[in-house]
Design a binder for this molecule. Structure first.
Ligand code: NAD
Length: 370
């Protein structure tokens, strides 16, 4: 059906096109069964784009991404392109999109489905029902701060430098996303830094507290040092709701949180830009996993991370929480029915292909929507 909800699909390389194939089928299902239609465009990115255009992302695709309500990104990279110059490596395509779209807020939910509770590295009682959101600042901090580099200071002696830099507006814009997310969830925020040893961390803490007091007085905020947060995530992960932190600490803490949930094939993510006057944000949704060249083209990829990324797009770009819930409930039921791709296989369960997992989800969606 006609619609003004625009989606740009960038399947990429390796298993990207395979997992994106299942998203197409779910988009079609929403169109038919829920009368939720999208204007869907598709483009090349990564190695696939390099092969055709000599660049990992063409200007035209970047323009389309900026015009779209949401971008769904598969994965890029693979051995075929490993020896390319750094400037045209497939991964540069993703980095350029993130940079040009100014996607400063990276959302990584860590959710444990009952059916997969045994794949977590923690005891079942610690992770049963786990649903937390790690929010990482993505465009500032030590990965971008100046000065940076390696300099020779004397014969045989070098100095390597990276600089942690944040401004108040950078802290506040990611803070606002955290408080807004908390409002729609359990309703509290942990802000994580190292205020005890870093001046920039002290400022982060003060600015987060001031923002909360000024704009979100109803949302409790807890401040925590990053080393303690790492420990608490594996000790008692359910104490968190939204955990907001810097680029560097978020890189590490989001991977810890990911492993609480089991497999890479299950993990979605969203990267959001600033809201304009109408509340619209540029947004890119992608699975956490890469292009998995070892299993590409074999129908073995788990499409759930990609499908859950689409569910995040429904929730955060289109305000269609009910429809996002449908996909998440469908995934839970598919897992409860004992269907597993190789990466999440357990004793006594039934093996399915990428397509088989998609089929099962569509059947569950039919039942849920009946
Ligand atoms: P990877 O995530 O592609 O794979 C790691 C392991 O997990 C592999 O054994 C793979 O088979 C498995 N795996 C990953 N996703 C899976 C899924 N959906 N279903 C089943 N199994 C899955 O990471 P890697 O092997 O380190 O990197 C491979 C390529 O992907 C490299 O070129 C790397 O640069 C690229 N990469 C891209 C992204 C991205 O596009 N965002 C992210 C990470 C890595």
């Amino acid at each position: 059906m006609a619609s003004n909800k625009s989606l740009l699909l960038l399947p990429g390389d390796g298993i990207g096109p395979e997992v994106m194939g299942e998203v197409y089928r779910v988009i079609d299902w929403f169109d038919r069964r829920r009368a939720v239609g999208f204007d869907v465009k598709e483009g090349l990115v990564g190695g696939a784009s390099y092969d055709k255009y000599g660049t990992p992302v063409a200007d035209e695709i970047v323009d389309q991404a900026m015009q779209s309500d949401a971008v769904l990104f598969g994965a890029v990279g693979g051995p075929k392109w490993d020896n390319l110059d750094f400037s045209v490596k497939p991964e540069r395509g993703l980095l350029r999109l993130r940079k040009d779209m100014d996607l400063f807020a990276n959302l990584r939910p860590a959710i444990v489905f009952d059916g997969l509770i045994d794949t977590s590295s923690l005891k079942p009682e610690l992770v049963r029902g786990l649903d937390i959101m790690i929010l990482r600042e993505l465009t500032g901090g030590i990965y971008f701060g100046e000065p940076r580099g390696v300099e020779e200071i004397s014969e045989g002696e070098r100095r390597g430098i990276n600089t942690e830099v944040y401004t108040t507006s950078e802290v506040e814009r990611v803070g606002r996303v955290a408080f807004e997310l908390a409002k729609k969830r359990k309703g509290f925020v942990h802000s994580v830094e190292k205020a005890n040893v870093m001046e920039s961390g002290q400022m982060w803490r003060e600015d987060m507290q001031a923002l909360r007091d000024r704009e979100f007085p109803e949302i409790p905020i807890h401040h925590m040092y990053a080393d303690n947060a790492a420990m608490q995530l594996v000790r008692q992960p359910k104490q968190f709701d939204v955990l907001v932190t810097t680029n560097l600490f978020g890189d590490i803490l989001s991977d810890i949180a990911a492993m609480l949930t089991g497999s890479l094939g299950m993990l979605p993510s969203a990267s959001l830009g600033a809201a304009d006057a109408t509340g619209r944000r540029l947004a890119l949704y992608e699975p956490v996993h890469g292009s998995a060249p070892d299993i590409a083209g074999q129908g073995k990829a788990n499409p759930i991370a990609m499908l859950l990324s689409f569910a995040m797009a429904l929730r955060y770009s289109f305000d269609l929480s009910e429809d996002a819930n449908l996909i998440e409930a469908g995934v839970a039921k598919t897992l409860d029915a004992g269907l597993r791709t190789d990466d999440i296989m357990q004793n006594g369960m039934a093996g399915v292909s990428t397509r088989g997992m998609g089929d099962a989800l569509l059947q569950e969606l039919d039942k849920l929507a009946a």
